[in-house]
Design a protein around this ligand. Sequence first.
Ligand code: ZN
Length: 553
Amino acid sequence: MKKLYELFSKFNISISLWLLNLLIGLLFVSVFNLYFWQEIIAIIKPESITDYQLIGSIILFLILVINLVFNLLTSQKTYKVFYVLVFTISAISFYYIAQYNIIIDKEMVRNVVETNHSEARDLMSFSLLSYLFVFGLIPILLILKTELTDQNIWSQLIIKIKVTVVSVMTIGLIVYLNYPSFASLARTNRHLSHMIVPTNFIFATISYITEQFNKAQLPFSDIAQDAFHLKLSKPNDKNVVILIVGETARADRFSINGYRRETNPRLEKRHVVNFKQTSSCGTSTAVSLPCLFSHLERRSYSHKVGKNSSNLLDFFKQAGIDVQWRDNNTGCKGICGRVDYVDFSNNSDELFCSDGECFDEILLKGLLEQINANPNDQFIVLHQKGSHGPAYYLRYPPDFKKFTPTCQSVQLQKCSSEALNNTYDNTIVYTDYFIDQTMKLLESLPQGTSSSLVYIADHGESLGENNLYLHGTPYLIAPESQTHVPFIYWAPHQTDNKTASLMSCLEKSEDHHLSHDHLFHSMLGLMNVSTSYYKPELDVFSSCHSDHVNSRT
Ligand SMILES: [Zn+2]
């Protein structure tokens, strides 16, 4: 071992920077892009010489583009730091692409930046460490042993300019000669560019940083100033709305939506309004959550505007309603910055928490007492951990292991499809129980409190269909399993005439095509808050409230 170390410490590679860049570029094209080539072959299905010529052009194109990026981003002084970062991130990316078939774009970078400790821990595995060793550490050690042959700054600059000019011209020529094929391939397979390692995460990171910089330049826009709250016919009554923001729940896995397995044994016994055709704003928490609470609709939503202006919670606060966000997930993604926030995800409760993780029931801790002690109208958000993967088996207590065998691993491809689906379905059974427990809490509120519950999930999940796992696929190409989400409304004391007529009126919209765009306006409607930002056509309650402030605007 000592001799090996001595040999290694004497071992040096003398090389020019342009050649090193080219060799590393070839390594990336041939090894790190294995899954990109698999996808290319699956799309083109090469049979004729023309098909093979097209694949040859793509290989050459990729070598030139990656080499050009390395040529522009490295210098004599910085190339070692640059490649340490590139190989580390590439090894991690290569692992996740291999494991879950993910796509790396700006939103994936946002998910990584906005994740928390326990979510990151769920994604770790021994297999990841082996990828880091083989595809990260070994190339990094070799690069650290390199010495550049030409240290003259001017000759380096001239080489850099030559490489850039030749690369740009050749790339231009390849694109010109293959334009119709390249254009149709790119247009119909938008995910391809996000599969190319390392340009996928390099460009995505630059795009994310640019967005954050632009956002930081914008002042916060307080658009909630005209929000006001109208008390209804019984001015002494207290109104409490609980909004459960579900996590990674697929609508098609709810038995109340027709799923063949009994995943909603409790909700099936309840009378709920079930909006069966609801689609999400994004395919990840970091996108869906700010969009869900924003007045902007999915098509016009941007983080730059959405996160820099008042959201639904700010409108409620302005109208004098007490707002609280209770979190058992990865935080509120900046939505709850100006309202009361309680993080339960690291709670030390012995009943619901262990190893730094809590089951969702923790979100109800002390809630009944808190609601009763507060005489004001209240809007409470419960942000679930729900069905967040890949560690589905950690999301429910043992009593909810209804479907077996289960997948006790984060390496989902190693589990059978049956085990994976069983485990995911168990998380839905627990969510069903959690929603039911929250309903029981509302039922136990004293007279003089009117209350209701809304449950909506942030996005769905892929469970190995077309070899795709988890979520976060770009919206345009995302499968329905990632965008079709459950959305329900429920109120206690349904024998009350007013509640009964509201429920039966809402049931008429159960099969309407709704989306996250409806939540902002529906919650304003439900809480009787009026503002110029309210759009009755996006409020599912607007035609059902008889004594509604917004029905008169
Ligand atoms: Zn999510």
